[in-house]
Design a protein. Structure first.
Length: 150
């Protein structure tokens, strides 16, 4: 009987860890739900998501290839570039994949670039961008991207 109880406790613990990992933000911290969501794809992505006084422009090109260019541009509503940090993560929720970080680096004031190298499997993907302004509250936006078969 003890081995069954131990197995049940271990299983419950693993499920709890899996749920916790899926709820973490792209920067590894617990994250609030995204402030804005856009449905994008198939095809190249170029969309702007608004959250409070910020606008986040997300571009993915060509989208659904072996290596896809990712570009994130964060500006205030009056056009000033973000002074802060950006973290990006991607997941395929239908497959139960937890969010994996997508490395991005600054390319200019308020702009960040990276590559989505694993982003080829057909289906619905979610890209989350977590923004931490130098002043003000952090926020997140997301794009739900459809990668077609073929």
């Amino acid at each position: 009987m003890v081995p069954l109880v131990s197995a049940a406790v271990i299983s419950a613990g693993l499920v709890g860890v899996g749920v916790w990992a899926q709820q973490r933000g792209p920067d590894g911290s617990g994250g609030a739900p995204p402030n804005a969501t856009a449905a994008v794809g198939p095809g190249a992505v170029d969309t702007v998501l608004a959250s409070g006084d910020y606008r986040v422009r997300l571009r993915v090109s060509p989208n659904g290839s072996d290596v896809n260019r990712l570009s994130v541009d964060v500006r205030s509503s009056d056009g000033r570039p973000l002074d802060g940090r950006v973290a990006v993560a991607a997941s395929m929720p239908a497959m139960g994949m937890p969010f994996g970080p997508v490395p991005v680096r600054p390319t200019s004031a308020g702009s960040y670039g990276g590559k989505l190298a694993f982003y080829r499997m057909p289906g619905l993907w979610e890209i989350r961008v977590r923004v931490t302004p130098q002043q003000g509250a952090p926020f997140a936006v997301r794009a739900r991207d459809t990668i077609p078969i073929g």
